[in-house]
Design a protein around this ligand. Structure first.
Ligand SMILES: [Zn+2]
Length: 291
């Protein structure tokens, strides 16, 4: 992936140097913040599906015309390649989603991305690196643990850049869902639902984020930012993090009713749907009988 040609975002927050203890004293919004977000979006009465349809644009988003200086913040002399990579992929998602939202007559407000190591405080609570990357809808931030990211790189090896970018684009996909009011709708539906129903909804949310990551990948490809083999690497990354494969690896058996992210085949299917079409309307995992 030609990530060096992508525009670096200024929305990366580096918390590497802040100790977890130093953050501990801050107040936590926790559930209250989430409830406030839910209430606001619910009040707006957005139908997520209508919003997705309204985002339908016949044309591809235009290539970004602006160029920005490389991301700042690294110590002088020491190149922080992880941060540089993350900032550029994030910047590319900003360009893609801004263009798609603009076509739908809306404004895209990009998320912040917090790069951390070990543990981190978010408006959704305190997270450890064991949780993996996540998106917090209460503060509109993507949280990415450096060690997870470096592990991923080692696991997939070269050409693993696109697989790492897919992780960022998936979390940004959750931010897109949040901006469209989908996150709040689903949270409402999950409240009081059975565990099986709640898990099934979670799978649809996650598969949609995969598809939205694919939509980003589609436009990265159109802008000639992908190398041969990148798409295949991304698809095998999607397969590698399917619930069935992860459960098989950790427990030696698979229980589909406990899936929260979807099987390998589902994740590949939806990532591919976005990648091949570049169309958010192909990402309607909620109106498909069997996603
Ligand atoms: Zn997710």
């Amino acid at each position: 992936m030609r990530w060096g040609d992508m525009r670096g975002s200024g929305n990366v927050e580096d918390r590497e140097s802040v100790s977890a203890g130093g953050l501990g004293g801050g107040f936590k919004l926790g559930g209250v913040g989430l409830i406030a977000v839910l209430a606001i979006s619910w009040f707006l009465g957005l139908n997520p599906l209508d919003v997705l349809v309204s985002l339908q644009g016949g044309d591809a988003p235009s290539a970004p015309t602006q160029s920005a200086p490389p991301p700042s913040g690294s110590a002088p002399g020491a190149r922080d390649e992880t941060k540089d990579f993350v900032a550029r992929v994030l910047g590319d998602t900003e360009d893609t989603w801004s263009a798609i939202f603009r076509k739908g007559g809306r404004e895209y407000r990009p998320p912040k991305l917090v790069l951390f190591r070990g543990g981190v405080d978010s408006a959704c609570g305190t997270a450890s690196s064991a949780m993996g990357p996540f998106y917090c809808p209460s503060d509109d931030k993507v949280y990415l643990d450096r060690s997870f990211f470096e592990d991923l790189s080692r696991r997939f090896g070269a050409p693993g850049d696109f697989a790492r970018a897919y992780v960022i684009a998936h979390e940004v996909g959750h931010h897109v869902q949040n901006q469209l009011g989908i996150t709040q709708k689903v949270a409402q539906q999950r409240r009081g639902a059975s565990e099986a129903r709640s898990n099934a909804l979670s799978v649809r949310v996650e598969l949609q984020a995969d598809c939205l990551a694919g939509v980003w990948g589609h436009y990265a490809g159109q802008r000639n930012l992908l190398d041969p083999g990148d798409v295949e690497a991304g698809l095998s990354a999607a397969a590698a993090i399917g619930d069935d494969r992860l459960q098989q690896q950790s427990r030696g058996r698979v229980s589909p009713e406990s899936f929260t992210h979807g099987s390998s085949a589902q994740r590949v299917r939806w990532f591919r749907a976005g990648l091949e079409s570049g169309d958010v309307n192909q990402c309607n995992t909620f109106e498909t009988a069997r996603p």
